[in-house]
Design a protein. Structure first.
Length: 203
């Protein structure tokens, strides 16, 4: 996969409290990484990530993962730390991409990570020409309201393995229409954020 164009995970609705994220599990547990001061960019919080990766524990080893709106890289890098085999990170913002590239080099993970400086939705709309993904993280900018379009194109574009796991993070008042073959596995709420894990059944 050679992305060319990405929609930033810059979320003005939820500004970052600091410019540092901590990998909370796996081989890089406790590693702290800085990310740039971009208005609204923030990593998924520690407690949410801990819960999510507890949910994903049976699936993450050796998985091909796609972080659609990578931002700080918190989800994709956490997945890699916990045993994912490959992670593709898509991000539009140039500063964020430079930061992600530095993180990957610092962690010595160049062979396991593919970076796409691209508009995520436009990239996904071109369809997948490579091996589909086992785990997909969907946490777009809340203000951009990209959830529905993103989920639709993931299902239609051949991006998902038959039994893929899809993580969705959205506001508690936001709703989406899911493909009929997606089954809700777990869901929780943290403040005004709803986070959910779906399992895909082959159509």
């Amino acid at each position: 996969m050679k992305p060319q164009a990405l929609t930033s995970k810059v979320q003005s609705a939820r500004p970052a409290a600091s410019n540092q994220l901590r990998i909370i599990g796996g081989k890089w547990r406790g590693r702290k990484l800085r990310f740039p001061s971009i208005d609204g960019l923030r990593p998924t919080g520690d407690r949410i990530r801990e819960t999510l990766f507890n949910w994903l524990a049976p699936e993450i080893q050796g998985a091909r993962c796609l972080d659609v709106y990578a931002g700080s890289g918190a989800l994709g890098l956490e997945a890699l730390s916990r045993g994912a085999g490959h992670v593709s990170l898509l991000e539009k913002d140039a500063q964020a991409i430079r930061s992600l590239r530095e993180h990957v080099q610092l962690l010595g993970a160049e062979s396991e990570v593919e970076l796409g400086h691209t508009d995520s939705l436009a990239f996904l709309q071109r369809g997948n020409q490579v091996e589909p993904f086992d785990v997909v993280f969907v946490d777009p900018p809340f203000s951009a309201n990209l959830w529905q379009q993103t989920l639709d194109v993931l299902e239609a574009g051949g991006w998902l393995a038959d039994s893929a796991s899809i993580y969705l993070e959205l506001g508690v008042k936001d709703e989406v229409q899911l493909p009929v073959n997606w089954v809700l596995h777990r869901d929780k709420r943290a403040g005004q954020v709803s986070y959910r894990l779906y399992y895909r059944e082959a159509p």
